[in-house]
Design a protein around this ligand. Structure first.
Ligand SMILES: [Zn+2]
Length: 322
């Protein structure tokens, strides 16, 4: 496959790169080029690194011109390739949330966590061997910190809990855009219809927090962005409606989690309810894909969402007993 087939160019020097994690158009890294310098937003996994390096060249930069690897959060589908990538980028610093940095210096806990979610075999197949990032190459992203790209492109980093506590979003003031990581939901381009973009929240284990997610959606919208770039998958623009859909989605997840809490087959019931919810939402959205396609596109998200909701239920139950 030629590199150009994996790239989508937007305005303001922003390019989406298909990391090809699991399937096409599932997981994006973004390259921002300004004033002859470059920054990556998220990296995909080790397998994505050759594609990212080709993308640098395809957009006319040398590897030496990459100043930043901005990691919105340290879940491995977005940060797993960062250490390996940094080995080829002599001038880049990795910018990481204070709660995520130590895990990129010593990935043992990330490996253990991901093995629990995906299983040991799948972990090795998906993520390979994680390369740590040397401490001196890491910049800790305080809440509200700024990074300057190419002299005058101001990128503001804001802490955005909800999906994960080690999550920040990047406000790109020049482009009036935000790179939201996983905090403004997931919107696969396969679900675009005449009704527009389809979006849903992602509640991966182990730090989903519905109140924080609601607040983060509002905080992102308060910047009045023209576009939000998601890791899954890239640019969305119908932001007011999408924000409403996300708020409703979080409430629906919470409701179905509560409804099934305490039942002996909670996990299976929750999965069934979520699959039903997705089907109804997609039907309303005018999506005509059949059950097989829907399952192929959503099976993994339904599973991970339900795992995250169950962890949240158990955490709440534990806190209630204290
Ligand atoms: Zn993700």
């Amino acid at each position: 496959m030629s590199i150009e087939e994996l790239l989508i160019d937007f305005s303001d020097g922003i390019t989406a790169i298909d990391t090809q994690f699991l399937r096409r158009r599932m997981d994006a890294s973004h390259l921002i080029v300004h004033g002859g310098r470059g920054a990556f937003v998220d990296t995909g996994t080790n397998s994505s690194v050759p594609t990212l390096l080709k993308a640098i060249e395809a957009r006319g930069l040398k590897r030496e011109a990459i100043d930043y690897v901005l990691l919105t959060h340290v879940h491995l589908d977005h940060a797993g390739g960062a250490g390996l990538l940094m080995q080829s980028l002599p001038n880049a610093r990795a910018v990481i949330h204070p709660r995520g940095a130590r895990h990129m210096i010593d990935p043992a806990k990330l490996i253990a966590g991901a093995m629990q979610v995906y299983g040991e075999q799948a972990f090795h197949r998906l993520y390979g061997t994680l390369v740590p990032i040397a401490e001196e190459r890491i910049v800790i992203a305080a809440n509200g910190a700024e990074v300057m790209l190419g002299g005058d492109r101001r990128l503001e980093l804001i802490h955005t809990p909800g999906h994960a506590l080690h999550h920040y979003a990047i406000v790109d003031h020049a482009a009036r855009a935000i790179f939201s990581g996983d905090n403004f939901g997931i919107s696969y381009r396969e679900f675009d219809t005449s009704h527009g973009e389809f979006i849903f929240p992602t509640t991966s284990p182990v730090q989903f927090d519905p109140e924080a997610m609601h607040a983060t959606i509002d905080r992102l919208m308060s910047y009045q962005p023209k576009a939000i770039f998601l890791t899954h998958y890239s640019r969305v623009q119908e932001l007011a409606r999408l924000a409403r859909d996300l708020h409703a989605g979080v409430d629906a997840y919470v409701e179905m989690a509560r409804r099934n809490h305490g039942k002996p087959d909670r996990g299976a019931l929750l999965r069934k309810d979520m699959a039903t919810w997705f089907d109804a939402a997609l039907d309303r959205h005018g999506y005509t894909g059949n059950a097989i396609t829907r399952r192929e596109l959503l099976e993994g998200d339904i599973d991970v969402n339900c795992q995250g909701l169950e962890v949240w239920l158990d955490r709440k139950a534990g806190a209630g007993r204290e």
